[in-house]
Design a protein around this ligand. Structure first.
Ligand code: DAH
Length: 362
């Protein structure tokens, strides 16, 4: 039996419609076998070519070949569409929304001291202060002499200094820095004014009770320029303390004091409220001492190669751990360094929430 052209057109229409309607790869494969397999409807027709007359073959052959090509191509195209849809579905199923918060952080928390340092870097950074660093093992010169502590002066003992066995090139014993002020010296020795820097880090003194630990943290600030004043110092401190404690108003009281490296020197108290057994910064009419400050002593400028006739500056130093205790209500400083994971879980900060001034540093 030989098929006529109409049969071919009907077969083509039916196959193409069924290919288009195939719902998956398996259905498509079944159609391929049904049409193009050994016993397939198209293959069977191809076999009839051999028994045709040359004229018939000439008329029918190309149409049959075209049908075969068309069916083959339709199957390939449909197969590719299935593959693409499967890939789409897989990508959708495996998609990760990186903006979602993690269900449970598997890493630890940020220590409150690190957090407060981040906050301070943000706050002072916004006011144009660069962050400087210095080593914890310091020379006697940087920790004391350059800062105008006279040799053998009791002020050196005042700091309960840890002395190292190692000596510097002048034979003086090195020290575990007793404050971050030596980083002022390092900065002035390596950089020409104007200078506007802070430094934060570990400091050491032989002392231990609920508010003192042998290792603690300080922040130091230094500004050197041709015209600076206690008024500038005050405005910077007011802005910083407001931002840090996230209060709209803050009162500062400057009390005359003595530091070898500043003249005049002042201890600064911040207005607070102590009612209810808690200290609240910004409200109330009590005072709390929070930092030391002053105008950089001309001798310090000279010791660091800066002309005191041309330049002047102000400096301040603050305990970072104290700031953390005040802001986050921790009663005992020794807990900070006890490495108790329960304490860290309670007071620690999520590593995914870094402080920024836009969303508030607290
Ligand atoms: N270094 C002082 C201390 O540890 C704090 C201090 C006071 C730093 C006055 C300063 C300053 O820069 O000007 O007690």
């Amino acid at each position: 039996m030989t098929a006529n052209t109409n049969d071919l057109i009907a077969l083509e229409a039916s196959l193409l419609a069924r290919i288009a309607a195939a719902s998956d790869d398996a259905a498509l494969e079944a159609l391929r076998v049904e049409a193009l397999g050994k016993q397939g409807s198209v293959s069977v027709l191809m076999k009839t070519l051999g028994s045709m007359s040359p004229e018939e073959r000439k008329a029918f052959g190309p149409k049959l070949n075209a049908l075969k090509d068309q069916i083959t191509e339709a199957i390939v195209v449909k197969k590719a569409a299935f593959a693409e849809a499967a890939l789409d579905a897989q990508l959708k199923a495996e998609a990760v929304d990186v903006t979602l918060p993690p269900v449970k952080p598997r890493i630890g928390t940020i220590h409150p001291v690190s957090r407060v340092m981040e906050e301070l870097a943000q706050i002072f950074g916004e006011m144009g202060f660069a962050v400087e660093e210095g080593p914890e093992i310091e020379t006697d010169f940087n920790n004391f002499t350059a800062l105008n502590f006279p040799p053998k002066h009791p002020a050196r003992e005042m700091h309960d200094t840890f002395f190292m066995n190692a000596t510097d090139e002048h034979g003086a014993r090195k020290v575990l820095r007793t404050h971050t002020s030596p980083v002022q010296v390092r900065t002035m020795l390596k950089q020409k004014p104007p200078i506007r820097m802070i430094c934060m880090g570990r400091t050491y003194r032989c002392d231990s009770d609920a508010t003192h630990t042998p290792m603690f943290h300080q922040i130091e600030g230094l500004v050197i320029d041709e015209a600076t004043s206690m008024a500038d110092l005050k405005s910077v401190l007011v802005a910083a303390i407001k931002a840090f404690f996230e209060v709209d108003e803050v009162r500062l009281r400057f009390r005359p004091h003595h530091f070898p490296f500043t003249e005049p020197s002042a201890e600064v108290d911040v207005g607070c409220d102590r009612s209810g057994g808690q200290i609240r910064i910004g409200a109330g009419d009590d005072w709390l001492e929070i930092l030391g400050s002053g105008m950089v002593h001309p001798n310090v400028l000279k010791n660091c190669g800066i002309d005191p006739e041309k330049y002047q500056g102000y400096a301040f130093g603050m305990g970072i751990d104290r700031l953390a205790m005040l802001k986050y209500g921790m009663p005992d400083l020794r807990d900070f360094f006890a490495a108790d994971t329960r304490w860290l879980k309670h007071y620690g900060f999520s590593p995914y929430l870094l402080p920024g001034l836009a969303q508030g540093v607290g």
